[in-house]
Design a protein around this ligand. Structure first.
Ligand code: M6R
Length: 365
């Protein structure tokens, strides 16, 4: 049932404040300001490294998980798309754990990667939405994301619930490894408790500017997304979302890679979506944005209030989100990224929930 929504995808985007609050409450004790025991069912203090494998959007959630686990828990993480992971024949010393991210829990390549790690004796964890799935059943530890059924082929609420789960695992790992002191844990838990409220106010506010922007974007044939750090991952996730439902060719690039090739593509026919809230990468990304502007590229600047105040570049659109703690940025900046793809596809009249050639669950390789 789509309720008042035109598509399941729209419904699932707007459900995020509620489902993410369930995920967070499952893993975090807001009153105590601490992560719950269920987030530490992998003994993060004894593992020397973590392997992650997943596909598509689940892979991008894993990549943000990697950035968080490395930064806050000092845990070395390697991530691969599962179709590569399963055939790489990599050595797997036993003092590692492996984590598989999958909404459906049935993705063939992700399951094969899990089995490869199992054969090598690794402890297996999975972050899944379907608890009865094959991937969940074959795991030693299951971290449910509690997003509820996701019908739209384009994954939206599963992504943010996967991120919420990774945020909790990061805090658990940071505590176990002694890299986060009690105050830091409490600050992170308190910050995360704000996500549902901020997400719902963002969803209420950004619809009009994003609809206007998407009407313009629907006229182009190519779109480039740029970002640094976790916003680099969101750049790739945004490009995936746009191409899968609007069929506009899109690419996500690390902003620092711009001058290593893609800058040659920039002209007035190439809108560039720059995801740059005022984090520690902001100034570097703004200078990439200036390089785009100097070559006649049209910029769509997705930023926060501080970021908007700090740049006076002329843009095709500037989407301003509230200033949030850096840890929350991927959870909040996913929302405009999803909606840009959604409204663009709606303007183009594509089959948003069932895009051509795609299946919700990819059970063959
Ligand atoms: O069920 P899974 O999370 O394992 O699926 C992985 C990908 O097939 C999936 O995320 C796909 O990329 C989505 N259509 C992206 O929106």
């Amino acid at each position: 049932d789509k309720g008042n929504h035109r598509h399941f995808m729209e419904k699932e985007i707007y459900e995020q404040p509620e489902v993410v609050s369930h995920t967070l409450a499952h893993y975090l004790d807001f009153t105590a300001g601490k992560v719950r025991g269920i987030a530490s069912e992998i003994d993060f203090s004894s593992v020397e490294a973590l392997k992650i494998a997943a596909c598509g959007t689940a892979y991008y959630a894993g990549q943000i998980g990697k950035y968080w686990l490395e930064r806050y828990a000092r845990l070395p993480v390697e991530i691969d798309v599962a179709s590569e992971f399963r055939y790489r024949e990599m050595p797997l010393p036993g003092n590692q754990a492996a984590l598989f991210v999958s909404q459906s829990g049935e993705t063939a390549d992700t399951l094969a990667s899990l089995r490869y790690c199992k054969e090598h004796g690794l402890k297996i964890g999975s972050i899944v939405n379907v608890p009865e799935s094959t991937i969940a059943r074959e795991s030693d530890v299951v971290f449910p994301i509690l997003a509820g059924p996701e019908i739209g082929v384009a994954s939206t609420k599963a992504f943010t619930c996967q991120l919420a789960t990774f945020a909790a695992l990061t805090i658990a790992a940071g505590r176990a490894r002694g890299t986060l002191i009690a105050d830091e844990e409490t600050n992170m838990v308190r910050a995360l408790s704000e996500v549902p409220r901020i997400a719902s106010s963002v969803l209420n506010q950004i619809q009009p500017p994003l609809e206007t922007l998407s009407r313009d974007l629907a006229r182009y044939h190519h779109v480039l997304y740029l970002g640094r750090g976790t916003n680099y991952t969101l750049a790739m996730e945004g490009a995936l979302k746009l191409k899968e439902i609007s069929y506009i060719h899109a690419e996500g690039y690390a902003a620092g890679e711009l001058k290593h090739g893609p800058i040659a593509l920039i002209d007035e026919n190439m809108p560039v979506i720059v995801i740059a809230p005022s984090d520690r990468h902001f100034e570097k990304t703004v200078s990439n944005m200036q390089e785009v502007a100097a070559r006649g590229g049209r910029i769509i600047f997705v930023t926060d209030e501080k970021g908007a105040a700090a740049s006076d570049l002329e843009t095709m659109a500037t989407i301003v989100l509230p200033d949030v703690d850096e840890l929350l940025m991927p959870l909040i900046f996913s929302l405009p990224i999803q909606l840009i793809a959604y409204y663009t596809a709606v303007f183009m009249g594509t089959d948003v929930d069932q895009p051509r050639n795609l299946a919700k669950s990819v059970t063959v390789e």
